[in-house]
Design a protein around this ligand. Structure first.
Ligand SMILES: [Fe+2]
Length: 194
């Protein structure tokens, strides 16, 4: 048995910044422009190429028995009417769950099964969202401050971004009259992964 030593990571609860930062990944609009519904608006915004979100992943062995954990920060903003959001993913080991604890800001957690069933949960400071096995997950900042949350998931779960890149989510979250509005995604293509 390999004994792994316990350790602390310090999280700034307002900003989500971890110390030490571990794997720090930043996603700019150019990294995900095809994921937004309004391609014209995305193309125009590329001149400034805003930072959409970033995350800090504590470095943990990618093995069952360990627990990966991370913080994510989604910036406020919109592409056309669509709020800034994460790319969204299934886990590479699809039957693994995840927990998100919201630390700051507000938003929505959009989840989807392989056959397109969708569920949405609200995120606000103190909300603990359970993402069961087999649900893809995307977070959306519907507020005007950064949405910050902590996530924890099985060590070997991994990320499958490809299915969502090809198929999209079945729902979009747009701002209508100043409020988040969930609509069907006309570009959702459940056969896109075939
Ligand atoms: Fe995940």
């Amino acid at each position: 048995m390999h004994l792994f030593k316990p350790f602390n990571t310090i999280c700034d609860l307002k900003t989500g910044v971890l110390s030490p930062p571990g794997n720090h990944i930043v996603r700019y609009l150019a990294d995900m422009k095809e994921m937004f519904h309004d391609r014209e608006a995305a193309e125009t915004m590329l001149k400034e190429n805003p930072k959409v979100y970033e995350f800090y992943n504590v470095v943990i062995p990618e093995e069952d028995g360990h627990l990966q954990h991370c913080t994510s920060i989604i910036y406020p903003g919109k592409v056309g009417k669509e709020y800034f959001m994460t790319k969204g993913h299934f886990h590479a080991v699809a039957g693994t769950a995840e927990i998100y604890v919201c630390l700051a800001g507000k938003g929505l957690l959009l989840m989807q099964t392989e056959d397109g069933q969708a569920e949405v949960l609200e995120m606000y400071p103190g909300s603990i969202s359970y993402i069961p096995p087999y649900w893809a997950h995307r977070t959306i900042n519907t507020g005007d401050e950064p949405l910050v949350f902590f996530g924890v998931y099985r060590g070997d779960a991994g990320h499958n971004y490809g299915t969502i890149e090809k198929q999209g989510f079945s729902k979009l979250v747009l701002e209508e009259d100043g409020q988040p509005c969930i609509i069907d995604n006309p570009r959702y293509n459940p056969r896109g992964g075939d």
